[in-house]
Design a binder for this molecule. Structure first.
Ligand code: PLP
Length: 473
């Protein structure tokens, strides 16, 4: 493809995407395809000769689009949001066009310096103290792994990197902690059996007293407590651990405290919602995902750490071919995480923050929180619906309970209800289990979701529930 064709196709693609954004509401949120349907449409071997972009794009529209789940749909209330925005998409296009590898300062000075600046902007926006320094990781999973590895190295005097693990380290979370922590503990060589799940309180937050006792029992038994992972906004129920209480336990025992606020962190941009962050200033590291609720398309995860020396000592490598004269004056982000090669992700964050302004981001979050609250009030007013977790920020966890059914029947009923709701194509919800109860989640956070869409979701939930009652009776 020459640059003239690139120009022509480029205009066409942007037109197509603009139309996609305008009409997305008319598409079913979730495609109705079965496993293997898309694979059957695509040849099993690559073409020997190049094909025209017209043909490729036609196949994209005809074969790929029918199998796409529309995360940017206003009816997207499943799992968690992963919203993008026009500003972010345009920046991503530029990033791809520049094709710069941002592993060290010299391989793209502007990328390295812009990353420093936007991470500083973001730190101010969420109210983290100046003692934290930020770096962009691909995902919260990777950021948490960085925290676990840094904690491991700091605890073992950087011996594990040299000799491998010789002590029995322990890591603490709860049953609500994200699965990426278990994955990280496995990868870090600490072992899943050494991830202690501390009991939770009624609101699904970590019981800090139980944490203290677990740590003391482990010390008595000859283990080395190494890291606690607190969650602000758990995936199941948006539960908020009480970081200040947990931090004082960690400080007393010299344990690294990592805070996972992957989804909820964006809400800290709103001053009146920031209360859940109390105590974060005492943590050692913190992660949240602008690629979830902050209009920055995947991937862009903001990792903040206090002890950058420990981070660098954990990850630094000094091969001769990567040494430069500037090394003493600049940040070489290859030493700030796991991967060597890095994408220029700071650009899209810069575009998004400038395009919306801090107030624009606040306005979206405030509206999502308001309409989630409104939905929960509607549910509370209808005695056939039960709210199963304290409504926190923009997540509502509920089940339909028309009475006279046992727990097993209720689970089955709600499983069927969820299927029917999702079959509408207008809204996509997912489930979890809370206190053993099958729970439907409404996670509001898509950039385009408004009051109208939540009202519509409520209509669908109620009408499908009414149909089911008919069937049961
Ligand atoms: C989404 C989420 C994660 C995982 O985020 P990735 O960026 O996909 O790795 C971890 N923790 C919490 C609380 C989350 O909501």
């Amino acid at each position: 493809m020459d640059t003239n064709e690139f120009r022509k196709q480029g205009y066409e693609f942007i037109d197509w995407l603009a139309g996609y954004f305008e009409n997305i509401e008319n598409l079913p949120v979730k495609p109705s395809v079965s496993p293997g349907d898309i694979k059957r449409l695509i040849p099993g071997s690559p073409p020997l000769e190049g094909e025209s972009m017209d043909e490729i794009f036609r196949d994209f529209r005809e074969k790929i689009m029918p199998g796409i789940t529309h995360w940017q749909h206003p009816g997207w209330m499943a799992y968690f949001p992963a919203n993008n925005s026009p500003a972010s998409v345009l920046a991503e296009l530029l990033t791809a066009g520049l094709g710069a590898q941002c592993m060290i300062w010299q391989t793209s000075p502007a990328a390295a310096e812009l990353e420093e600046i936007v991470m500083e902007w973001l730190r101010q926006m969420i109210g983290l103290p100046e003692t934290f320094t930020g770096v962009i990781q691909d995902t919260a999973s990777t950021a948490t792994l960085c925290a676990l590895l840094s904690a491991r190295e700091k605890k073992t005097g950087f011996d594990s990197n040299r000799k491998g693990l010789t002590q029995k380290l322990r890591v603490y979370g709860t049953s609500e902690t994200h699965s990426s922590i278990e994955k990280g503990v496995k990868i870090a060589g600490i072992g899943k059996e050494n991830l202690h799940l501390v009991e939770t309180l009624q609101d699904f937050s970590m019981n800090a007293e139980a944490l203290r006792k677990a740590i003391e029992a482990d010390l008595d038994a000859g283990f080395t407590p190494c890291c606690v992972v607190a969650t602000l906004g758990s995936t199941s129920s948006m539960a908020m651990d009480h970081v200040a209480e947990i931090a004082s336990v960690c400080i007393a025992h010299g344990i690294w405290l990592h805070v996972d606020a992957a989804f909820a962190g964006t809400a800290a941009v709103v001053p009146e919602l920031r209360g859940f962050m109390d105590g974060v200033e005492m943590a050692d590291s913190f992660v949240f995902n602008p690629h979830k609720w902050m209009m920055t398309n995947f991937d862009c995860s903001a990792y903040y750490v206090k002890d950058t020396a420990a981070l660098l000592q954990t990850f630094s490598i000094h091969p001769e071919y990567l040494k430069t004269d500037a090394d003493m004056q600049v940040r070489n982000y290859r030493d700030w995480g796991i991967q060597l090669g890095r994408r220029f992700r700071a650009l899209k964050l810069w575009f998004v923050i400038r395009s919306y302004g801090v107030e624009g981001i606040r306005a979206m979050v405030r509206e999502h929180v308001r309409i989630a609250k409104q939905l929960s009030q509607l549910m509370e007013a209808d005695c056939r619906f039960e709210i199963l977790a304290p409504v926190s920020l923009s997540l509502v966890c509920f089940r339909f309970n028309p009475g006279n059914l046992d727990e097993g029947q209720l689970d089955l009923l709600n499983r069927k209800l969820l299927e029917r709701i999702n079959a509408s194509g207008e809204v996509f919800l997912t489930h979890t289990s809370l206190n053993g109860k099958y729970t439907i989640r409404v996670a509001i956070g898509s950039r385009t979701t408004t009051e109208k869409h939540v009202q519509r979701a409520w209509e669908i939930i109620r009408s499908r529930a009414a149909e089911l009652v008919h069937l049961v009776n």
